[in-house]
Design a binder for this molecule. Structure first.
Ligand code: F6P
Length: 326
């Protein structure tokens, strides 16, 4: 067993539903093992500012079902400077924090790799991002909830699109990754999906609309990830309405709705498992690793190897769209 007494925990980067469930799991597991738990507010910026508070078991009561993060979050530029890191380290020392659990996405692990390479405090990471674009894990906390939110929105849009015989373009989150777009698109039974990992052939997109019009298919739904190379809903709308001036076309940008809301059971269970595993890992002396889940097993990946993960094999799901929307 490693000599650890005070564990700090923070959430960093874009919030994701299930982060609270992870905070609860980390705090409760730490307290169960006789450790003290400290929340660091506003992510790495809170480390720089010394925004640190002690957490007791009641502080994490009734949060498993809540979206957002009770610890708040940020994308801190100051932390990424040598001066910021030094300030952060001094605050950890002052508060006698001798281990850390970090919940966030690729920016969080890039920061962690640099900081913990310099300052030797044991640290374990937990993947939390709706984008699911991380290596070292099959799922990230928040992804399942975000996809379900987007899918429910598509179902609602389908009702009104069908009532008016409209083409609808639905823009979902995903600056660099199409996991949300691909999964909510398939689950929502849409006609087309455009993702950052593939070069969009706009003539193909237009040809599919034309094909559906000719065979009198009433509804044509297109899901586009915000980071698609052609552009988002606005750019697509311009091209589609120019080519088909008689078509009734509407757009809907789902935006941050996808980041909020009560986490699904899958995200709560994932968060609970990874939160629990993170403290056990620290107690076993593990450090500078992200706890992920691969084939339903907890696996640990060095911070230095956790990278933004572009979609690869999943692209065959686009073929499923072609066939099932035929
Ligand atoms: O990384 C999660 C994410 O929601 C992306 O999908 C999106 O591009 C980005 O964060 C939005 O960030 P912000 O909330 O800072 O606008």
């Amino acid at each position: 067993m490693a000599q650890i007494t005070n564990v700090g925990i923070l959430t960093s980067g874009g919030d994701a539903p299930g982060m609270n469930a992870a905070i609860r799991a980390v705090v409760r597991t730490a307290l169960y093992h006789g450790l003290e738990a400290y929340g660091i507010r506003h992510g790495y910026q809170g480390m720089v500012n010394g925004d640190i508070l002690k957490l007791e078991t009641n502080d994490v009561s009734n949060i498993i079902q809540r979206g957002g993060t009770i610890l708040k979050t940020s994308r801190s530029k100051e932390f990424m400077t040598a001066e910021g890191m030094k300030k952060a380290y001094d605050h950890l020392c002052r508060n006698k924090i001798d281990a850390l659990v970090l919940i966030g996405g690729d920016g969080t692990f890039r920061g962690a790799d640099e900081f913990f390479g310099k300052y030797a405090i044991p640290a374990i990471g937990i993947p939390g991002t709706i984008d699911k674009d991380l290596s070292g894990t099959d799922f990230t906390i928040g992804f399942d909830t975000a996809v379900n939110t987007a899918m429910e929105a598509i179902d609602k849009i389908r009702d009104t699109a069908e009532a008016h015989d409209r083409v609808f373009i639905i823009e979902v989150m995903g600056r660099d990754a199409g996991y949300i777009a691909l999964n909510c698109g398939i689950a929502g039974g849409v006609e087309d999906i455009l993702i950052p990992e593939e070069v969009t052939n706009i003539e193909d997109v237009l040809a599919r609309i034309d094909h559906d019009e000719r065979r009198k298919k009433n509804v044509h739904l297109i899901v586009v990830a915000e980071g698609d190379d052609f552009g988002g809903a606005k750019e697509l709308y311009a091209v589609i309405t120019e080519r088909f001036p008689l078509l009734d076309v509407r757009t809907c940008i789902l935006g941050h709705i996808q980041r909020g809301g009560s986490p699904t059971f899958a995200d709560r269970v994932l968060a609970s498992r990874l939160g629990h595993a993170s403290i056990n890992a620290l107690l076993e002396g593990k450090t500078q690793l992200m706890a992920g889940i691969i084939n339903n097993e907890i696996v640990f990946t060095p911070f230095s190897s956790v990278v933004k993960n572009a979609m690869s094999s999943d692209t065959d799901m686009k073929e499923i769209i072609r066939v099932l929307s035929y």
